[in-house]
Design a protein. Structure first.
Ligand code: PNS
Length: 161
């Protein structure tokens, strides 16, 4: 049986922490769909199309990963794709309550779908999309926090904002 998992998120922008989770999950599953949530932030830095492009470029070397957009309920999207596993990254304990709540809601909505948590690398544990967005908006150096192709897309987006 093909082991298919969904890694959902806002990815505005995708950080090196996200990329690390994608690499780890791609080794655990036969196929991984990175699912970009549409309309997850009212004031995004990157449009859905830019996030998808950024993720496609930064995961181009991983053959079993595909990038898609999704809207509506995550468990419904997972059912449509035939996935029984949801992957989420965990950094420090601060992530736990939110992740626990989401996993429980998703389990209640769809008992046969499990959430699998992967710890990010220690060196990425301080990274979040919101921190990267703030640094970028305030003119700080965010290279080294995101993949170079993501940094390029961010640079363009910032110039035209
Ligand atoms: O990267 P994020 O912002 O933590 O990702 C959150 C996301 C997109 C995974 C979450 O908001 C989500 O699953 N949204 C879809 C709506 C849904 O299914 N809600 C019920 C579960 S909380």
């Amino acid at each position: 049986m093909l082991r298919l998992a969904i890694y959902p998120g806002s990815f505005d922008p995708p950080t090196l922490g996200h990329l690390d989770v994608i690499e780890r999950a791609s080794r655990l599953f036969d196929r991984l769909i990175v699912a970009v949530g549409v309309n997850s932030s009212k004031r995004p830095l990157l449009s859905t199309e830019e996030r998808i492009e950024a993720l496609k470029l930064s995961t181009a070397s991983i053959p079993n990963v595909s990038i898609e957009a999704f809207s509506g309920l995550l468990v419904q999207y997972a059912a449509e794709q035939g996935a029984k596993s949801i992957v989420r990254g965990l950094r420090a304990t601060a992530d736990f309550e939110y992740e626990f709540q989401m996993a429980m809601v998703n389990r209640r909505l769809s008992p046969d779908v499990d959430t699998v948590f992967l710890m990010t690398k220690w060196e990425h544990s301080y990274l979040s999309s919101s921190i990267v967005r703030e640094v970028a908006h305030l003119g700080g150096d965010y290279t080294g926090m995101v993949h170079p192709s993501v940094a390029e897309i961010m640079e363009q987006a910032l110039k035209s904002s």
